[in-house]
Design a protein around this ligand. Structure first.
Ligand code: FES
Length: 106
């Protein structure tokens, strides 16, 4: 199973196994990782699953769809390498992915 590392804004790190075909958001919720609330349940309608991705990983992820971009525009402090974790599907290619949460998601 791919390993995903979730970094809280305070620097606390959580590395967990996440099954293929779950979203990165679902991997956080199932493992009780703080900072990814996923209020809308993955419908791309809340931005509480917002993270920052390292550039090296950002380029490997599927492209951002319009709906995700619109929601990111409303997220707290979006940056160049922001993504919504509910829109990223886990696969073997993402083994080792690291996502960092914004300060508001603590
Ligand atoms: S869970 Fe709501 S936008 Fe991702």
């Amino acid at each position: 199973m791919p390993k995903i590392t979730y970094l809280e804004h305070n620097g606390k790190s959580h590395t967990v196994d996440v099954a293929n075909d779950l979203s990165v958001m679902e991997g956080a919720v199932q493992n009780n990782i703080p900072g990814i609330d996923a209020d809308c349940g993955g419908a791309c309608a809340c931005a509480t699953c917002h993270v920052y991705i390292d550039k090296k990983w950002f380029d490997k992820l599927p492209k951002i769809e319009d709906a995700e971009q619109d929601m990111l525009d409303m997220a707290y402090e979006p940056k160049q390498f922001s993504r919504l974790t509910c829109q990223i599907t886990v696969s073997d290619d993402l083994d080792g992915l690291v996502v960092k949460m914004p300060s508001k998601q603590g």
